[in-house]
Design a binder for this molecule. Structure first.
Ligand SMILES: C[S@@+](CC[C@H](N)C(=O)[O-])C[C@H]1O[C@@H](n2cnc3c(N)ncnc32)[C@H](O)[C@@H]1O
Length: 128
């Protein structure tokens, strides 16, 4: 653990806001086919984990501007590493990221805007 926050194992229990509603809304576009989703703010990987679990043929690209979030998401989403691309980038760069991965079409996009508990819980990051 670093920075006084929760350990990665604890963060893996974090359930994101509106998880069920996001799965419900994206579900029809992703079900039963090799769909591709961009999670533009992957954060602690809560939405990403649920989407990858719910849709076994799904490939997910996850971006975050926070390198610590990418580290936590990489560990949490390890079981899905064969269907996952995690990239440290701001979402303004999504066109470049998709081009570099050779992805020309997306079936779903998720922007969960804001900050995460990873950032709020660590006093030294200046949000407290
Ligand atoms: C509410 S959290 C996302 C939580 C995530 N959906 C989950 O399930 O854990 C928002 C995330 O957006 C990231 N973020 C903020 N501005 C960003 C930007 N311009 N580009 C990419 N990520 C950004 C933050 O670092 C934070 O991790």
């Amino acid at each position: 653990m670093s920075g006084g926050g929760l350990a990665v194992a604890d963060r893996s229990q974090h359930v994101p806001v509106l998880l069920h509603r996001c799965l419900e809304l994206l579900g029809p576009a992703l079900a039963d086919r090799p769909a591709v989703v961009l999670d533009a703010t992957v954060g602690l990987g809560g939405h990403a984990a649920a989407l990858l679990h719910a849709h076994p043929a799904l490939t997910l690209i996850g971006l975050d501007r926070d390198p610590q979030a990418i580290r936590v998401a990489t560990e949490r989403l390890h079981p899905y590493s064969g269907r996952l691309h995690l990239v440290h980038a701001v979402y303004d760069e999504l066109a470049d990221v998709l081009a570099s991965l050779g992805i020309q079409q997306l079936d779903g996009v998720l922007f969960d805007l804001g900050v995460s508990s990873l950032q709020l819980d660590a006093v030294e990051r200046g949000f407290s």
